[in-house]
Design a protein around this ligand. Structure first.
Ligand code: PLP
Length: 501
């Protein structure tokens, strides 16, 4: 945005009194070059808006002369962004306004008085994560439709398994309906005994622990490591007991945890390791894709993931026998040699040919899609270094993060500081989300506390914000985000106050 333009977005430049004649309004709009003026009453409350188009149409329609008050032509229901309404409401209000072609949004307080304006030169909303479907996705889906192969029987499922296996270098893939069933199936195929304990991180999306319960196990929550935000041998060791069967480390937001340390711990105690790589497509540790050291590695292809199939997942197994068993369990437990014959209880966790068609096209673009996230992350890290008060998620020393999202920690964050910062970003069209609340605080997992305290997971949850990272973002989007953080981060406000003489 040109700085002269931004400076012109003052209340004086953008507003007219409700009794102002139309001629003055035209002059105001001409001066502010924004195509719109906002109408305020004697108490400075917003009562309407008027665009140059509104005036032109009314003049041409013969309904207006220049001496009439603006109230005769104004829109009495202008789009506004209420302050304090929260990031989600602000982003939704902005999206709705943009759909109607609006470009400047007054931010109003509880009394309806304008406090500032939201404006961007080029209003592209920046969602937190967004699929990029510009390759062969549509063509392959069309092939499914034209051939009538739309359920899970169809050639794309095997082609996707092969392609994603080639990308990750992981063997024995089984495509499934989503990332949660990928974890559930891994645990079931590896024969998790009923009621056995599985150690999971406190900082994760609940699906990690839900899958353990779905597979008949009992999740035990461990705190996470401050360097990686994932499980570490230290955070797990004290929780291992006679009932412990395995662990499910999560590479949170794509940051690799210490898989070698965890593998060694599992080997020492005879435990199974199932890696939750849902957020870690493209993440490497010790030069290999994460998942390589586990008995099973599980991926999600939900719409917000780095590669997507809409809904979808995949599990890789270290052993061919586990893969074969998983295929039977995934397909209703039906015998591979005798149709409609069931030696074991099974499930329907299958992926459709339609999903796999999208997945194959996405796999073809995996390097490009992961690469664009890495390049965004680099721009973010450089930008964040230049401002204070906000720091990126720590870079794991155990490998290379793929930055599914761009989590940052806000230094002086109370809940309300963080909410205000997220709302400021939303008011500029930037969608964010708070980092995952820790599972130990949730009623669903009240009986799962393993560790006696969760200081790291709690801090991540209380001070973290995930910024968008999607392939469609531009460097300008990231500049706007960094500039907004610079203006709105609570620590910076304090610094500025201190800097004043
Ligand atoms: C860490 C983690 N595990 C598991 C899942 C579950 O994946 P899905 O939503 O595909 O079931 C997700 C994502 O949603 C996730 O972020």
């Amino acid at each position: 945005m040109p700085s002269s333009h931004r400076a012109s977005l003052t209340i004086d430049a953008m507003c007219v009194g409700v009794d102002s004649p139309v001629e003055n309004v035209i002059r105001r709009i001409d001066d502010n070059r924004m195509g719109v003026a906002f109408v305020i009453d004697a108490d400075l409350r917003l009562v309407g808006s008027v665009t140059d188009g509104d005036i032109r149409r009314a003049l041409l329609g013969g309904r207006l002369d220049l001496a009439m008050p603006v109230s005769t032509v104004m829109n009495e229901h202008p789009s506004v962004l209420p302050m304090g309404s929260g990031a989600e409401a602000a982003y939704a209000a902005l999206s709705a306004g943009l759909r109607e072609g609006k470009s400047v949004f007054p931010r109003v307080d509880d009394a309806g008085r304008i406090q500032s304006f939201s404006y961007r030169e080029d209003w592209g909303l920046v969602p937190i994560a967004e699929p990029s479907l510009t390759g062969n996705e549509a063509g392959y889906v069309l092939e499914c439709l034209e051939s009538n192969w739309i359920s899970s029987t169809g050639p794309f499922v095997a082609r996707f398994e092969t392609a994603f296996s080639e990308y990750t270098g992981l063997a024995h893939p089984v495509a499934v309906s989503n990332g949660t069933t990928a974890i559930t199936l891994a645990l079931q195929a590896l024969r998790l005994p009923p009621g056995a304990e599985v150690i999971v991180p406190d900082s994760t999306f609940a699906a990690t622990a839900n899958a353990v319960v779905a597979a008949g196990g009992r999740p035990v929550l461990a705190d996470v490591d401050p360097q990686t935000w994932g499980l570490s041998a230290e955070s797990v060791r004290d929780l291992i007991g006679p009932e412990t069967w395995g662990i499910v480390p999560v590479h949170l937001y794509g940051n690799p945890c210490d898989v070698e340390g965890l593998r060694a711990l599992c080997d020492e105690h005879g435990l199974v390791m199932v890696e939750d790589c849902a957020e870690a497509i493209g993440t490497t540790a010790s030069g290999r894709h994460v998942g390589a050291l586990a008995e099973a590695a599980c991926f999600s292809f939900f719409g917000n993931k780095t590669l997507t199939t809409g809904e979808g997942g995949m599990t890789f197994f270290r052993q061919a026998e586990a893969e074969e068993h998983a295929r039977v369990l995934r397909d209703h437990g039906m015998s591979k040699s005798r149709r409609y014959w069931h030696d074991v209880i099974g499930y329907n966790y299958r992926m459709t040919n339609l999903q796999a068609a999208i997945g194959l096209a996405q796999s073809e673009r995996a390097t490009e899609l992961v690469g664009s996230k890495l390049s965004n992350a680099k721009t973010y890290v450089e930008g964040l270094a230049a401002i204070g008060g906000v720091s990126p998620m720590p870079q794991s020393p155990f490998g290379d993060c793929s930055y599914w999202l761009m989590p940052v920690m806000i230094e002086a964050a109370s809940d309300s500081d963080r909410d205000a910062l997220m709302e400021s970003l939303a008011a500029r069209g930037i969608q964010t989300r708070a980092t995952f609340p820790p599972l130990h605080r949730m009623p669903a997992f009240a009986d799962c506390r393993g560790a006696s305290a969760f200081p790291v997971a709690s801090e991540i949850a209380d001070r973290g914000v995930c910024l968008p990272n999607n392939p469609g973002m531009s460097a300008d989007d990231i500049s706007v985000i960094i500039a907004t953080l610079d203006e709105a981060a609570p620590r910076r406000r304090d610094d500025r106050a201190k800097a004043r003489p």
